[in-house]
Design a protein around this ligand. Structure first.
Ligand SMILES: CC(C)(COP(=O)(O)OP(=O)(O)OC[C@H]1O[C@@H](n2cnc3c(N)ncnc32)[C@H](O)[C@@H]1OP(=O)(O)O)[C@@H](O)C(=O)NCCC(=O)NCCS
Length: 174
């Protein structure tokens, strides 16, 4: 069964294996760990996530966020990550939104992106967020396609700086 879980030791090895194949294949490095530094981050990862949730030690301009791992409980595999920001800053309202997500690189194109959208929206609602903003860069066709397929209330297109590049983006409210 696919579900979102609080990151835990049980899936750490699988997460590390995913980092090995996914590092360098993301829109932004904040959502995945550098596998070359495993021996450092593996000691602090769960405390770090907990501190991010509680807002402890965040960089300037960052707000608390909750990270979930999407796992397959049957195969005991880590599949992806959803990072849910509890509020929007001016910057996140422009691009970034409430949720950032990723599917491990070796499991893309199998429908897991659609699944993490549904599960992360449910999780965000349980955290009391409504409406929920998801954004994408339009040239990221799979991300755009996933957001279009969801049950959004409103969408808008704009141009802004996203992940360091001035480009066309979509904002989807659920
Ligand atoms: C975006 C991402 C989450 C998609 O995950 P995924 O598991 O491949 O998604 P799915 O298998 O559910 O496919 C989603 C759609 O994209 C399409 N797709 C997959 N790869 C594609 C590609 N290279 N080019 C165009 N479309 C593609 C699929 O056919 C599918 O189309 P459909 O909506 O018509 O069914 C994944 O590529 C990823 O983690 N990317 C890096 C992080 C990122 O960009 N996150 C999004 C910003 S939050």
């Amino acid at each position: 069964m696919l579900t979102l879980v609080t990151p835990s030791e049980e899936y750490l090895t699988s997460y590390y294996e995913a980092c090995l194949v996914t590092w360098g294949h993301t829109h932004n490095d904040y959502i995945i760990h550098n596998p070359a530094e495993y021996h450092t981050w593996s000691k602090t990862i769960f405390t770090d996530y907990e501190n991010q949730r509680k807002g402890i030690g965040l960089p300037d301009g960052y707000i608390p966020s909750v990270t979930y791992w999407m796992v397959d409980t049957d195969s005991q595999q880590y599949i992806g990550t959803a990072n849910i920001r509890l509020q929007l800053t001016k910057q996140l309202a422009d691009y970034g939104g409430h949720i950032g997500c990723i599917i491990r690189n070796d499991m893309r194109g199998q429908g897991f992106g659609h699944k993490i959208l549904d599960l992360s929206l449910d999780a965000a609602r349980r955290l009391g967020i409504s409406p929920i903003l998801y954004t994408c860069i339009l040239s990221n066709e799979s991300s755009h396609s996933i957001l279009l397929s969801g049950n959004y209330i409103r969408k808008e297109y704009a141009e802004t700086t996203a992940d360091g590049v001035f480009c066309k983006i979509g904002r989807f409210w659920y």
